[in-house]
Design a protein around this ligand. Structure first.
Ligand code: ADP
Length: 694
């Protein structure tokens, strides 16, 4: 509790109380046994002829028990024992004062011995009875608690004084101090036990003086604790030695007194020095902690301001000087509210302080609060402060830690504004996205609608084309009947009226017949073309080797030119339609044999290539070739690049080829230069499955 962590008896006052209580209890009991068993030595420990009286022994047992109970906190039970202790003392005192014998002195036992100093046999002497009265009253009174505990300390000190006087008398052999009947008679063991009881009384109330002071952590307490035992023992020891010397005849009274005085002065100086050193050592950590506290106070970034219970400033650190724009010397000792608190808040502050003084409770103590504070120039700033009561300070002292939070408040406001801005931006963005999404949805719907319309239009168109094709097919078909009658009448005319016509007439007739033949060819071709568009065209694997060979063998025009047609076997099988493939192959072969210069024998080569699931069937000739600008249109219906008398034809053949290829999911291409031959190709899916069927 004080002077570091070493333990000292001062730490355990209650233990001392208990121990001296036990000592008294045991001492009293032993004495009682002596009286009861007729053993004088147990009642007179130093064999002085002065025994502890039986009543005294009983009272001491009671008082010792009371102290033991007190040390255990049993104040009520202790009071009962204390009361009887006091009663014995008071009754005996009454006998001494009034000379009335109450008959209590020999109530227990009466022996002839041990009565050297007694006036009445068995009667406790005046110092003893007074001490018992004091001890008893002190125990009873202090049981009331609070300030009444002072009685225990006071009584204890008094008893210690009485006992010391008697004990010193025994030590110095001064009979007057312990053996005069009526006045001082007391047994040595009684005096020592009373001394112990006095100490026990004092230590039973460590909260009050003198123990309060002795157990304190102050330098004064250190000094007192150290000096006390010596101040008590030193004069006794020195005095005793001096007396022994004189009695031995070494020196006379005057010399002895001088010797004693010198010895005492020297010893007291030594004691003073030793105690002062102890105080100094004790103060060192205090001084260091003081220095540390000052350093903290001076370097703190927070303003630290302390105020006493009257509201006056007692401390003002450098940070406070900066913050408030005032010097410490200027504000210390002046009322805090007048200087640091804006006028409108002063009443509240003063009321708070008054409330604390009246009730001991502070509403703002230990809390973190925010309030405006006042600078020297009259401006205000927002401050955060926490006020605490400095522990252990009486009268109360308050210290406040103050922080200027203007910067923090500004940052908070900026942060809040940024948050709001961000929020509104986000909302704007959200709305934008929503609008755009809506626009997109509308556009998409319009697109879907327009696609549906397009679909319907395409369907309508396909239907119209279909109808048109059906219509033209029926017209072309119907044209055959009149053409046939034209041809048959023309041939009747030729056979029956030949001789009736002149050369011109015959030539005209021939012209009519040629036109009819041409017309028939045209109609046949157009009907073929139309059929291709309208007929079903199921696909199947087709063996081109076989098909091409069949076509060459079966068509008379190819049979004749078979030597000019060269086929590079094997030709890859394709997935196609036999009838459509026949159209394509015969048209390509016919064109290749037809479009050659008159002076050159035709040469045709047929071969195939397979690549990535596609088969390309090529027809390469050595004919007149086609200028590149015409490549695009020769596949159109009725397109011809030559006059009839140069190369006959209808201009439908390549249109049929193109249409047929498309019906099978394929396509046609041409590669050619004028005068350098041509190369036509039809591209179709390769046949799947093991083996082409036909
Ligand atoms: P036609 O053969 O009845 O004239 P096509 O549709 O078969 O009609 O051919 C269209 C035109 O393409 C031909 O008139 C011709 O000018 C040209 N052509 C077709 N095949 C060849 C070829 N192998 N060599 C040169 N020109 C060709």
């Amino acid at each position: 509790m004080f002077s570091g962590h070493q333990h000292s008896p001062w730490d355990y006052p209650r233990l001392i109380t208990a121990m001296v209580g036990l000592y008294a209890f045991a001492g009293g009991l032993i004495t009682l046994i002596g009286w009861a068993k007729d053993i004088q030595a147990l009642t007179d420990w130093v064999n002085s002829g002065i025994s502890m009286m039986p009543n005294m022994a009983v009272a001491i047992v009671l008082a010792g028990g009371a102290l033991v109970l007190l040390s255990c906190g049993q104040a009520r039970a202790a009071t009962v024992l204390g009361f009887f202790t006091g009663l014995i003392g008071a009754a005996t005192l009454f006998e001494h004062v009034t000379a009335i014998n109450l008959g209590i002195d020999t109530l227990l036992v009466s022996r002839p011995w041990g009565q050297r100093g007694t006036l009445v046999p068995g009667r406790i002497g005046p110092p003893g009875s007074a001490s018992l009265t004091i001890i008893g009253s002190a125990i009873v009174l202090s049981a009331f608690g609070g300030k009444n505990r002072r009685w225990a300390a006071l009584g204890g000190v008094l008893v210690i004084g009485i006992a010391m006087l008697s004990i010193t008398g025994y030590i110095f052999g001064a009979d007057a101090l312990f053996s005069l009947p009526r006045l001082t008679v007391i047994a040595l063991q009684t005096a020592t036990i009373l001394l112990a009881l006095g100490i026990g009384l004092v230590t039973s109330v460590p909260q009050v003086q003198p123990l309060k002071m002795l157990r304190d952590n102050s330098a004064a307490a250190v000094l007192a604790r150290r000096a006390l035992p010596f101040v008590i023992l030193l004069p006794i020891v020195v005095g005793w030695l001096r007396l022994q010397g004189q009695r031995a005849g070494w020196y006379d009274a005057a010399f002895g007194t001088a010797l004693r005085t010198v010895a005492e002065v020297a010893l007291l100086i030594g004691l003073l020095w030793w105690a002062a050193a102890a105080v100094k050592a004790h103060e060192k950590p205090l001084r260091e902690s003081e220095t540390r506290k000052a350093a903290i106070l001076n370097s703190s970034l927070d303003a630290i301001v302390s105020m006493d219970a009257d509201g006056l400033i007692v401390e003002f650190n450098p940070a406070a000087e900066m913050m408030f724009g005032r010097y410490a010397i200027e504000v210390i000792g002046r009322p805090l509210s007048q200087i640091l608190i804006p006028e409108r808040l002063r009443v509240a502050h003063d009321q708070g302080l008054a409330h604390f003084r009246a009730t001991g409770e502070g509403l703002v103590l230990g809390k973190r609060i925010e309030m405006p504070a006042l600078r020297a120039d009259g401006t205000e700033f927002p401050a955060e402060l926490s006020i605490n009561r400095v522990p252990g300070m009486e009268p109360p002292l308050f210290s406040g830690f103050i922080r200027d939070i203007s910067e923090r408040n500004r940052a908070q406001v900026a942060l809040r504004e940024a948050h709001e801005l961000l929020g509104s931006r986000a909302k704007h963005l959200e709305k934008l996205v929503e609008d755009r999404t809506m626009d997109l949805r509308n556009i998409n719907e319009a697109l879907v609608r327009s696609l549906a319309r397009q679909d319907k239009l395409t369907n309508d168109l396909r239907e119209t084309v279909q109808q048109l094709e059906t219509f033209s097919y029926s017209i072309v078909h119907d044209m055959r009947a009149p053409l046939r009658s034209m041809r048959s009448f023309a041939s009747i005319l030729e056979s029956e009226y030949q001789d009736k016509l002149d050369d011109t007439g015959r030539r005209y007739l021939q012209r009519i017949m040629d036109s009819a033949v041409r017309m028939d060819a045209l109609i046949t071709d157009v009907l073929t073309y139309s059929r291709i568009s309208s007929s079903e065209t199921p696909l199947a694997p087709v063996n081109l080797d076989k098909l091409v060979a069949e076509i060459v063998e079966n068509y008379p025009q190819f049979q004749e030119a078979a030597d000019s047609i060269q086929i590079q076997h094997p030709l890859s099988a394709v997935s196609g339609n036999r009838a459509l493939l026949t159209q394509i192959i015969s048209n390509f072969l016919a064109n290749a044999l037809k479009f050659v210069p008159p002076d050159r024998p035709a040469q045709v080569m047929v071969y195939s290539e397979t690549e990535a699931g596609k088969v390309r069937l090529w027809f390469e000739d050595n004919g007149i070739g086609i200028a590149p600008e015409h490549h695009g249109k020769i596949f159109d219906l009725f397109t011809r690049l030559h006059r009839l008398d140069e190369y006959p034809g209808t201009g439908v053949g390549l249109a049929i080829v193109k249409k047929s290829a498309e019906r099978m999911g394929g396509r046609v291409t041409v590669e050619s230069e004028l005068g350098a031959g041509s190369r036509f190709c039809v591209e179709l899916d390769a046949a799947t499955g093991e083996k082409a069927e036909t």
